[in-house]
Write a protein that binds this ligand. Sequence first.
Ligand code: CXF
Ligand code: ZN
Length: 380
Amino acid sequence: MSGTVGQVIHCRAAVAWEAGKPLVIEQVEVAPPQAMEVRMKILYTSLCHTDVYFWEAKGQNPLFPRIYGHEAGGIVESVGEGVTDLKPGDHVLPIFTGECKECAHCKSEESNMCDLLRINTDRGVMLSDGKSRFSIKGQPIYHFLGTSTFSEYTVVHVGCIAKINPLAPLDKVCVLSCGISTGLGAMVNVAKPPKGSTVAVFGLGAVGLAAAEGARIAGASRIIGVDLNPNRFQGAKKFGVTEFVNPKDHNKPVQEVIAEMTNGGVDRSVECTGNVEAMISAFECVHDGWGVAVLVGVPHKDAVFKTHPINLLNERTLKGTFFGNYKPRSDIPSVVEKYMSKELEVEKFITHQVPFSEINKAFDYMLKGESLRCIIHMEE
Ligand code: CXF
Ligand code: ZN
């Protein structure tokens, strides 16, 4: 690897030239890392809904050409000036949001919303100099979420990199760099269900199933899965879901159905769809006196959450969370350790695998709703 230090690397990347059009594998140039940056070799990456959402460019300013991808695992190739805690050969997960360790958020035990490095979906360049590290014959290609992992090599700010146990299999733990940690953390860090409690999870995609997995780990006695798609119910049992409610099967609001099933409401609920009606149901289905609802799903930009204030006065708590309240550098290594100690299972989230040259298949599986996570193997 040392032969490439300080040099431009020529490698393959999957470039999105236009919104919604298949990615094209191209030869790209990847510039060396600048101050506080790390250049890493991606070994495995997986597709998350956020990649698909921005690639489709529905309702936002599209930046093209762009290299998508943010859930991944790999190895440090070289580091820029000022990077002291990472060295070539370290095993790492890039994270779409960062931790500078210096701002008020990073210094607070309660927040992971770093001022310097928090997610920015509109930026397509590196923070330090406003330039891209990717190009094709000199034409700049935009970054995505500061990670751009659909490339054999990428450049990431050091604050957006979690250094993990080198014994952890990267083809499995790569899924911990976004969706699974988001759902898991929402449950174990924010909802915190007491042992034996009753929990509802709205949305049984990868994030919701990770929330269910968190409830299982916490020792919840009943985990009620709520989804409009009955095909998801069978598979959800593996993640600890004990009962199912399909709102379409009832002619009253699902919060009333759940209240009847649970003698007044669940102790905790986690919402992972982003649909504002589901968010309201998730809040109103928690028990008065102690119930806590946690919002995770990303709503439509014009959505408005509406509930009668008495629902709060009656001692229900409404919370929201971002990336499961995990601080990327400080906390994600310990999530990897939960996998290593077999407390957390990640294999069951991995439903598909494709070689990098067939990355567009991963988009098809996700768009058809067939996959939870599809691992893309960079080395074929
Ligand atoms: C999401 C979280 C909310 C904003 C967009 C990104 N996380 C990763 O996929
Ligand atoms: Zn994601």
